[in-house]
Design a protein around this ligand. Structure first.
Ligand code: NAD
Length: 499
């Protein structure tokens, strides 16, 4: 047992490599196995900034048992008490927003101005939102007759296991944690191996306000700690965000014991530009936002399949390429940086392979070759690449690259572009660019995705339903309805009233 709150780095100037223990049952702890794994920062290639425990199945069991013990008292609290606690956590997070932003930049490589700071702010807002709606976990009363009282209650599921990815771990934790807690569940959270630090800082803040065992954070490998959490008989629900491939395995394993499961998975999202939108002054800025290149393309909602109408194809493409070429790629802790670092060498290699494939395939044109100009920074940095004249059937157009790579595909009729956009096993998000109401709404309604944005690249509001169609996932988050559907179950009570 370690049990002292560790100091956390906020710049890569830290000379000493520290241990960052995990958080179980209100205590800072190492793994029972005694094993640790190095934590590196993508900011500077291979720089080790610490170690985090390599959690074993025994550690998972410890955390689940702590969450189980804490559940009866936590669920029994009046909602207004859970609300008060979550609102206090939101205030405490807000007071440390800058620390969270810097740590997120260091942990994930996301640029502080364009990504990490907004992610920290959104996390605060998510805690505040779910604190606010904690009293909305309501049932219904049925019109069952004068001698009957028939009603439903929305009850918590119990122990929820949350498994998080590395791309925006803090904000995605904010999608799940306050919703599950507000509804009366207790939590065991498994941080991604590649970016565990912001989650451990979140545990530190929550520890000041939550009873021991209500919120536990594990570090370690997905194949060990993640798998043990999914398979643990005392975990009532698994809430997973990550790749479609791993998500399918998680769903299979959790289904063996009929545990509740929700999945937020990958995307290969269409961004459809109609001719009239080319007139918009802010089109290019918005397309850039939608492409998520400012998060290195490491976003499940990246509008990476760019469908440009043939009449405006060359004009929009050349303006977008100019704007992408001007993006400042470099140290995520630097305020001038637009695009930070790719998470690690493996991911850089994976993205680079897609780029190499595009560059070496006959018939594909690189309108912008991100590999042609190296960046000045020493780390996993890559400038954006745009492939032009793409075919929707190409591997580059079908697979989630999760890097700053766009494919531009020409189209002529609305029916044709809708068909191409829907020709994907993914269905997370989509973008439609036109001021023609009929085109905008017909297209938005026909797209097989869980989220469609019209004429904007950002615009996610806390409280909106968020989740995927098809192989982009099961369930919804970020919203009151997602909280009720995802973190409660319905109990029906029928009472005979003696007259
Ligand atoms: P990943 O699937 O490799 O890992 C996600 C998490 O699962 C990690 O914590 C990992 O340790 C864990 N894990 C790995 N193997 C496991 C197993 N066998 N059992 C249980 N857990 C296991 O994903 P990633 O590379 O961390 O994140 C990138 C992916 O996440 C992309 O596909 C992206 O689209 C997706 N994503 C989706 C959303 C969304 O909201 N839909 C948001 C962010 C990221």
């Amino acid at each position: 047992m370690i049990n002292t709150t560790p100091e956390r780095p906020t710049s890569i100037g830290v000379e000493d490599v520290r241990d960052y223990p995990m958080f179980i049952d209100g205590q800072w702890t190492d793994s029972e196995s005694g094993k640790w794994r190095e934590v590196t920062t993508p900011v500077s290639r291979n720089l080790v900034i610490g170690r985090a425990p390599d959690a074993s199945a025994d550690d998972v069991n410890r955390a689940v048992q702590a969450a189980r013990r804490a559940f009866p008292a936590w669920r029994a609290l009046h909602f207004s008490e859970r609300q008060r606690i979550l609102a206090k956590i939101a205030d405490a997070l807000e007071a440390r927003t800058e620390e969270f932003a810097r740590l997120t930049a260091l942990d994930t490589g996301n640029a502080i101005r364009t990504q990490a700071r907004p992610e920290a702010t959104t996390t605060v807002n998510l805690f505040r939102y779910f604190a606010g709606v904690a009293g909305e976990v309501k049932g219904t009363v049925l019109p069952a007759g004068e001698n009957q009282l028939q009603y439903t209650r929305q009850e918590p599921l119990g122990v929820v296991g949350c498994i998080l990815p590395w791309n925006s771990p803090l904000m995605i934790a904010g999608f799940k944690l306050p919703a599950a807690l507000a509804a009366g569940n207790t939590l065991v959270v498994k941080a991604a191996e590649a970016a565990p630090l912001s989650l451990l800082l979140l545990a530190e803040v929550c520890a000041e306000h939550l009873p021991p065992g209500v919120f536990n954070v594990l570090t370690g490998r997905g194949s060990v700690a993640g798998a043990a959490l999914v398979g643990h008989p005392d975990v009532d629900k698994v809430s997973f965000t990550g790749s479609t491939e791993v998500g399918k395995g998680v769903a299979r394993k959790a289904s063996e014991r009929l545990a509740h499961v929700s999945l937020e998975l990958g995307g290969k999202n269409p961004s459809i530009v109609f001719p009239d939108a080319a007139e918009d002054d802010d089109l290019i800025g918005n397309l850039l936002l939608a492409s998520r290149v400012q998060r290195q393309g490491q976003s499940c909602t990246a509008g990476s399949r760019l469908f440009l109408h043939t009449s405006i194809y060359d004009d929009v493409l050349s303006r977008l390429v100019d704007a992408l070429a001007e993006q400042v790629v470099g140290n995520p802790l630097d305020e001038v940086t637009d695009i930070g670092a790719i998470i690690n060498a493996t991911q850089l290699e994976s993205v680079s392979q897609y780029v190499t494939e595009g560059l070496s395939t006959a018939g594909i044109t690189a309108a912008l070759d991100g590999t042609a100009t190296p960046t000045d920074a020493d780390g996993y940095y890559l400038r954006p690449t745009v492939f032009s004249g793409a075919d929707n059937k190409w591997r580059l157009s079908r697979e989630e690259i999760f890097g700053p790579v766009l494919v531009a595909i020409p189209w002529t009729t609305r029916e044709e572009v809708i068909e191409m956009a829907n020709d994907s096993h993914y269905g997370l998000a989509a973008y439609v660019w036109t001021h023609n109401l009929d085109d905008a709404l017909t297209t938005a309604h026909a797209l097989e995705t869980g989220w469609v944005q019209v004429n904007q690249g950002g615009g996610q509001v806390i409280g909106q339903s968020y989740g995927g169609y098809k192989q982009s996932g099961w369930g919804r988050e970020v919203s009151l309805e997602g909280m009720i559907a995802g973190f409660t179950q319905t109990k029906q009570i029928n009472v005979r009233i003696a007259g």
